[in-house]
Design a protein around this ligand. Structure first.
Ligand code: APR
Length: 250
C-alpha cells in the first residue's frame, strides 16, 4: 500500500484541478455503515421496500420508522474522520477543487471542504410535502411519526430516494468537472449506482488520472481506474497528505 500511496501523492502533487468522488465508504470510520458489503445497511433493510419514493408515498410511517429515524440516529453521532480531513487538506493545498459526494451526511462540509456537490441531497434538511416549507433535521419533532408541518403536510428528508432524479445542477456540474479534472480521486464507493459511477469514466475518457481508494476492488478497478490504493480512507489519506507535505513543503 505504501508504494501506491507514494504514487498517488506524486500524481496529486502535479495536479492543478483534482476532483474527488466519494461514497459511503469514506464515512464508515465515522460510524456510518456502508450500504453494501460487510455490515451494509441494505443487508438488513431492503432498499426496494424502504428507500424508494413509491415506498415513502405508500407508507411514510413505515419508512420513517424503519429507515429515516435510523439514519438520523447514525448521522447525529457522526463526525468527520481522517479520510474527510485529508480531502479538506488537499483543498487547502490548492490541489483539490471539488468533492462530488453520494453521501448525505454533510461530513465533507464539516471537515472544511467549501465546494461539495451532493449527488443524493443532504439529510440536514427536511421539506414539507404539501407546502415545501423547509426545516432543519435537528428541529424535527419525532414524537409524532410521520412528523407534520404546521400546515398539516408531512416532512420528508431532502435526500434523493431511489426512483427520483439527481438534482440537475449537481449532475451538470459533476459532468463538467469530470471532463475538466486532471486527477479524480475515487474514495469509498462500490461504483454500482449510476450516474455517479459514470463520473470516473468521463474523467478517464478526458485524460485524467483516476485513483481509487478502497479496501476492496470495484467495477472500476483494472478497467477505468489507473490504480487502486487498497486500504481504508482514513489511513490512506493520512499517508498521502504526509507524503505530499514531504514533496511540497509549505
Ligand atoms: N474506506 C474506504 N472505503 C471503504 C471503507 C473504508 N473504511 N469501508 C468500506 N469501503 C468501501 C466498500 O468496499 C465499498 O466499495 O466503500 C464502498 C461502499 O459501497 P456502498 O455501500 O455501495 O456505498 P456507495 O458506493 O456510496 O453507494 C452508492 O447507493 O444505496 C445508494 O444512495 C445510496 O449513495 C448510495 C449509493
Amino acid at each position: 500500500m505504501q508504494e501506491s500511496i507514494q504514487r498517488a501523492a506524486k500524481d496529486l502533487a502535479g495536479a492543478e484541478n483534482a476532483v474527488a468522488l466519494t461514497g459511503a465508504g469514506i464515512s464508515v470510520e465515522s460510524g456510518i455503515p456502508p450500504f453494501r458489503g460487510k455490515g451494509g445497511i441494505w443487508e438488513k433493510i431492503d432498499p426496494m421496500e424502504y428507500a424508494t419514493i413509491e415506498a415513502f408515498m405508500a407508507d411514510p410511517v413505515k419508512v420513517w420508522n424503519v429507515l429515516i429515524k435510523e439514519m438520523k440516529t447514525i448521522i447525529d453521532q457522526a463526525a468527520p474522520n481522517e479520510g474527510h480531513k485529508g480531502l479538506a487538506r488537499l483543498a487547502e493545498m490548492g490541489i483539490l477543487t471539488t468533492v462530488i459526494t453520494q453521501n448525505v451526511d454533510g461530513l465533507h462540509q464539516l471537515a472544511g471542504n467549501a465546494d461539495v456537490i451532493e449527488f443524493h441531497g443532504n439529510f440536514a434538511w427536511h421539506r414539507c410535502m404539501a407546502c415545501d416549507a423547509r426545516l432543519e433535521t435537528g428541529k424535527i419533532d419525532l414524537s409524532r411519526i410521520p412528523p407534520q408541518c404546521p400546515c398539516g403536510g408531512i416532512y420528508r428528508p431532502e435526500v434523493i430516494f431511489f426512483g427520483e432524479s439527481i438534482p440537475p445542477e449537481a449532475l451538470t456540474r459533476s459532468r463538467k468537472l469530470s471532463v475538466q479534472c486532471d486527477v479524480m480521486l475515487v474514495v469509498g464507493t462500490s461504483a454500482t449506482v449510476h450516474p455517479a459511477a459514470y463520473m470516473p469514466v468521463i474523467a478517464k475518457r478526458n485524460g485524467a488520472v483516476v485513483i481509487e481508494i478502497n479496501p476492496e476492488p470495484s467495477p472500476l478497478t483494472g478497467s477505468v481506474s489507473d490504480y487502486l490504493v487498497r486500504g481504508n480512507a482514513g489511513e490512506v489519506m493520512t499517508g498521502i497528505i504526509a507524503e505530499l507535505e514531504r514533496l511540497r513543503p509549505a
